[in-house]
Design a protein around this ligand. Structure first.
Ligand SMILES: Nc1ncnc2c1ncn2[C@@H]1O[C@H](COP(=O)(O)OP(=O)(O)OP(=O)(O)O)[C@@H](O)[C@H]1O
Length: 566
């Protein structure tokens, strides 16, 4: 998509009106030149009242049309830039998680920061470019009317001139593309810098290697590319400007020897060509910015982000029940395919059922696929094969967004927002206070009337407790915790496994817990063990009728050696 199309998509009427005003500006400019030329050619005898009034009227028309065109396009440009940033954020949120993971946060950030800025600058070039275009067109029309022969000579010269200008300009656009690719690497290095502060500070050799082998070379490469772009641009514009004088030289010294040209035509042409110098100079300066904007727009397209998520009004009528009696994963699979890897990690086919009031533990070694399974259960990954069913009905693609709303989660790489977003603060205030007390955070964190947390600068364990509080307040039918208790102290592990999970179960929630805490596996109603992406054991924890723990022998898996009870 190009920049003009982007503007047109936003407001066709305003763009057309602005182009019309641009053309009027051009016509008025040509009229002014014609007036000046006529007065000069008459030796001053034409400077009567009518000519003066005409000159003033054309001046006012040019000024008015220019301001109108510029204002219209500038407003449109500002609106489009902000709309583009909003739309990009929405598109990122609508894009499947797996695609975003493949792109990497550094590329998304580079797009949100750099591409949007380049598009903004490119759009900023459009108003003056369109006005310049109007002026150039107006002057050329007047020149064609004044003398066909000279105009023909000008046309040939202009074609050669534009061709000699466009050739290096193509190279400039190529360099801009290369620079944009390097920019992605630069953002990746910047992310390593900010995320790896501790590791870089603590290890001098690593820090030196990071700076000299990664950050600085990428920055240097970027700098070199930018220097080459600006050098080429300087040569190109200077060459373009010298062409004017070349043409005026030809006009004054060569043309009269080839074809009969009147002195007034020569004066008129010289005047017009000198007048055209300013808009053409500004056009040549703006074109590389337009090129950079177009490259940025192509880069945004290449990310293949999804269309913005459907709004509530456009969503299909809710078919999924808000409190399902069961959720089934029927033969679902997911594979991570990476370039140069012959055997991708594949999870599944997984057959699993979640039921209200049941606590399901997912256990297994590192890399066995627990988090991947969690992403499939919660609908963050679409199954590559198999299907998800809610109360026996398959979840269609269009229902996946609704399906995800069934879950409250705390993933191990959760993000803690500093406000209770999406939860009516007034309605949850009482419960929030109670949970803060229960999670022993009431002395650390306060929640104000707008739902803003007084701080999120807490220990890792405390932050996780705050994330748990948010999940509790969401009050959804299914809860999923990915190694929630991993950095809690023993007392809070006890509270989590022995009090909080049973509470959720008693409240009729389906609870999925990814855990390495084998001391608490008895809390599970069912325990699923993963190994290398496959379920190798799926057992109900049989409780004795008096509620006491089952003996290891009671568990078939223990007997068979799969070691559910460990
Ligand atoms: N975003 C990803 N891209 C490519 N491969 C991935 C990605 N995430 C995980 N994997 C691979 O998938 C496999 C399973 O990872 P997963 O995170 O599901 O395991 P896990 O059981 O949760 O491990 P852990 O106990 O260490 O958290 C691993 O081999 C890992 O390398």
């Amino acid at each position: 998509m190009n920049l003009l199309l982007l503007l047109l998509r936003r407001s066709r009427g305003a763009v057309i009106l602005a182009v019309c005003f641009g053309l009027v500006t051009g016509a008025a400019s040509a009229g002014l030149i014609a007036h000046i030329n006529a007065v000069l050619a008459s030796g001053g005898t034409l400077a009567d009242r009518g000519t003066v009034l005409g000159f003033m009227a054309l001046g006012v028309l040019m000024l008015g049309a220019r301001i109108a065109s510029q204002l219209l396009l500038t407003r449109l440009q500002t609106g489009t830039t902000f709309a583009l940033r909003d739309e990009l954020s929405q598109r990122i949120l609508a894009t499947p998680l797996r695609r975003l993971e493949e792109l990497g946060t550094h590329r998304l950030l580079a797009t949100l920061v750099d591409d949007v800025q380049s598009v903004t600058q490119g759009l900023l070039c459009l108003p003056p470019l369109l006005i310049n275009g109007g002026i150039i067109l107006g002057c050329l029309t007047w020149l064609a009317v004044m003398s066909r022969v000279v105009f023909f000579a000008l046309l040939i010269f202009a074609i050669l001139g534009v061709a000699s200008y466009l050739l290096p300009t193509r190279r400039i656009v190529g360099l801009l593309r290369e620079s944009r690719r390097t920019d992605d690497r630069f953002f990746r290095d910047l992310r390593s810098l900010t995320n790896g502060l501790k590791e870089l500070k603590l290890h001098r050799e690593r820090r030196a290697a990071f700076l000299t082998q990664e950050l600085f070379p990428t920055a240097e490469e970027l700098k070199q590319l930018q220097v080459r772009v600006s050098t080429l641009h300087t040569f190109t514009t200077s060459w373009g400007m010298s062409l004017f004088f070349f043409f005026i030289g030809l006009l004054l010294f060569a043309l009269p020897g080839i074809a009969p040209v009147s002195p007034s035509t020569l004066v008129g042409y010289t005047l017009a060509v000198l007048y055209l110098q300013q808009p053409l100079d500004s056009t040549m300066t703006l074109l590389p910015m337009l090129g950079a904007g177009t490259v940025a727009l192509q880069h945004i397209d290449a990310l293949a982000l999804a269309s913005p998520a459907p709004t509530e009004e456009t969503l299909p009528p809710a078919r999924l029940t808000a409190s399902p009696a069961r959720i089934d994963l029927v033969g679902v699979t997911h594979a991570y395919r990476r370039e140069g890897e012959d055997t991708p990690f594949t999870l599944g086919p997984i057959h699993l059922t979640l039921r209200p009031g049941e606590v399901l533990f997912v256990v297994g070694g590192n890399g066995s696929g627990k988090t991947t399974l969690a992403k499939l259960i919660t609908g963050l990954y679409a199954p590559e094969s198999g299907e998800l069913r809610v109360d026996g009905k398959p979840v269609a693609e269009a229902e996946r967004e609704q399906y995800r709303q069934l879950f409250s989660t705390v993933f191990s790489d959760f993000h803690l927002f500093d406000t209770l977003l999406g939860l009516a603060p007034g309605a949850v205030a009482e419960r929030a206070r109670a949970y803060l007390q229960r999670l022993q955070l009431d002395r650390k964190v306060r929640i104000d009337a707008s739902g803003a947390l007084s701080t999120t600068e807490l220990s890792a364990g405390q932050r996780k407790r705050l994330a748990l509080l948010t999940a509790y307040l969401e009050d959804r039918p299914v809860y999923l915790f990915d190694e929630w208790a991993a950095d809690q102290d023993p007392m809070f592990k006890e509270v989590f496994y022995r009090e909080l999970l049973p509470d959720l179960k008693a409240a009729g929630k389906a609870v999925v817990v990814i855990s390495h805490d084998n001391r608490y596996f008895d809390v599970a109603d069912r325990l699923v063990r993963l190994d290398s992406g496959a379920i190798v054991a799926d057992e109900s924890q049989k409780r004795n009728t008096d509620g006491s723990e089952p003996s290891p022998a009671a568990s078939p898996s223990a007997a068979s050696g799969t070691g559910l009870r460990l």
